[in-house]
Design a protein around this ligand. Structure first.
Ligand code: IMP
Length: 180
């Protein structure tokens, strides 16, 4: 698995440092709010697990499964809800946890949906941000690391459902997807 990685962009230690500082910031910002954290499956899993343990507050966690890639390395722009929330977000302060924001198609679509469902506020915490990939203008409120426009895997991020278990974030060697 490691031999398919051209370069490590964010190390395990850097990820833990991001979780600690972002967790503190979120705890301070949501101290008096009605917080619910929504994780977007599947990519959010390692980040949500590490980040939420650094947020010293009471809140609930819900999950939603959305997809915009359908197996390749570029967003199809067509956001599909594969599994919806099992809890109402009406009147709640929603913080969506994402692995990466690229075109922002996914996040903008979900934010609009949550506002329509009556959320009091909707913000985003993302481990990675690729601002050069933006199609919809949106700046996430909490960003772990801004990265260049490259296809990355690891720590929840996949190529064709693999590499999610890499403990770091790295750039996938182009020959891995060019030879498929
Ligand atoms: P967006 O809708 O283009 O902002 O993309 C959001 C989703 O696309 C993320 O939640 C990821 O699942 C996926 N994605 C975007 N960039 C990458 C990448 O570099 N590697 C793996 N998945 C990515």
């Amino acid at each position: 698995m490691h031999k398919d990685i051209a370069e490590i962009l964010v190390t395990e230690q850097e990820i833990q440092d991001i979780c600690t500082s972002m967790g503190k910031e979120i705890a301070a910002d949501y101290k008096d709010k009605n917080l619910i954290i929504v994780g977007l499956l599947k990519g959010c899993v390692p980040f949500l697990a590490d980040l939420t343990r650094k947020i010293d507050l009471k809140f609930d966690i819900a999950y939603m499964s959305v997809s915009s890639y359908h197996g390749g390395i570029a967003s199809s722009g067509d956001v599909k809800i594969k599994m919806d929330l099992d809890i109402s977000i009406k009147g709640r302060d929603v913080l969506i946890v994402e692995d990466i924001v690229d075109t922002a198609n996914t996040i903008v679509t979900i934010m609009e949906l949550f506002k329509h469902r009556g959320a009091s506020s909707v913000k985003i915490a993302t481990l990675l941000d690729k601002p050069e990939g933006r199609i919809k203008p949106y700046e996430p409120e909490y960003v772990g690391r801004v990265i260049p426009k490259a296809f990355v895997v690891g720590y929840g991020l996949d190529y064709d459902e693999m590499y999610r278990n890499l403990p770091y974030v790295g750039i996938l060697k182009p020959e891995v997807y060019n030879t498929k």
